[in-house]
Design a binder for this molecule. Sequence first.
Ligand code: HEC
Ligand code: HEC
Length: 407
Amino acid sequence: MKIGSWVPVGALIVQALLLGTSALLSGCGEAGAATSEDSYPLTPSPYRLSNKEPSVPVTPQGQTAIAGILRSCFGEPERPFLPGLQAADNLNPKIKPDDIRDGWRGFISGKSSMPGSPQRSDGNPVVRGRQLFRQHCVHCHGYYGGGDGPTANFLMPKPRDFRRGLFKFVSTDAKNYNRPTHDDLRRTIAQGIPGTMMPAFGPREGIPEIGIVAGFAGPEGFDVDAVAWYVQVVAMRGELEKKLVEALKQNNNDLFADDDLVPNAIDGVLSAWDGKRTVGQIVKPTAPRPPRTAKAIEESVKKGEQLYRTKEAQCVTCHGKTGKGDGESAFKDESKRDKDDWGEPIRPANLTLGVYRGGRRPIDLFRRVKSGVEGVMPGFGGTLTDDQIWNLVDYVQSLALESKPEK
Ligand code: HEC
Ligand code: HEC
């Protein structure tokens, strides 16, 4: 957009958004009568890392613009959808991510009308996911997934705030911060997070194709798949909101100052979460695990122990000499510790307990060491070979086997 034209056009768009909320709602499909649940309160501040930090102010016009964009991408709070996800029945056309982005591009350049949010959501698994989330997750993760449900105050670690788009237990390569795959979210929800208050919702019969064994006692009729899609929507929505708030800040409170701002922000989030992309980035070991003979295991554990104590691996700094999570960086006084992405003090795992939050399969531990844990543990894929990482996995497992009950 040329200089000189951006002020009036930008102002016009904001005005259209302010006046046009109902036009947006009824953009296509059924007309949506606004109910009190039709608008998410925008996150007070997506920048807030902890409750103590001040929030970033957003003007009312900015808020309206952001709300309109989020609605066109992910639907209403009680009728959410995920662009690109084929709905269960053919009443619902698949909403393509590119169409949303191009819709906004056309609107901003004056070539088409404002993109609306498709209202037909019957049969959409994300809507089912939202319903189950309200029943089972809200008291910890909060009504809008902000990690701020009533129970959250009593928990440590705190329930995840999904709106930051950050997850710890993913199978994907962490190089450019990778989002979880759909199966990663399914696995977390099905097996819970051992050693924390996050319960397991897994079905009794298990989900063999993603390594979930039978024997969980999840609630009757619980649909892991649908809830996983919904968690993804909340995370994507939060990420986009944060991007838009940042864009507002950098562009003098005008999201339409530059033709590309909004389409690029939408594109960035939708493509980062694209299922083909995330699945393509699953970490796969290039070396086989050492053979499971007593001798090979013993050798591997020995090598792992040496590595554990080297400078390259740094495991000792955080996990401590004996693996109890009491390395020199883990100050006893938690207020002195570095904070994680959610503003909580970092707590290295006690490896002698044999409780693994991200899953106990050898491949889970391999990925944890290779890719790290978002915001709290670095990945070692750049410094160690896959053979060495397998040695560390064997050593870590031996720590748990060796530990004796304390007197
Ligand atoms: C009793 C409280 C509680 C309930 C109920 C609960 N969670 Fe959690 N959840 C947690 C806690 C605590 C964590 C963070 C654990 C950690 O940081 O290691 C968490 C983390 C998560 C994560 C993040 C995993 C990652 O890789 O970062 C997902 C996804 C999740 N929960 C989904 C759900 C869903 C879906 C439901 C409902 C079906 C649910 N949770 C119900 C407490 C809860
Ligand atoms: C900068 C500190 C730091 C370093 C260095 C570090 N870790 Fe960690 N590690 C952590 C923290 C913090 C956690 C807890 C993650 C969480 O919040 O769930 C953790 C968790 C783990 C877990 C448990 C994963 C799970 O699923 O619960 C394993 C295994 C592990 N680390 C192994 C290692 C090994 C092996 C090394 C050395 C190659 C290493 N770590 C180096 C901080 C570190």
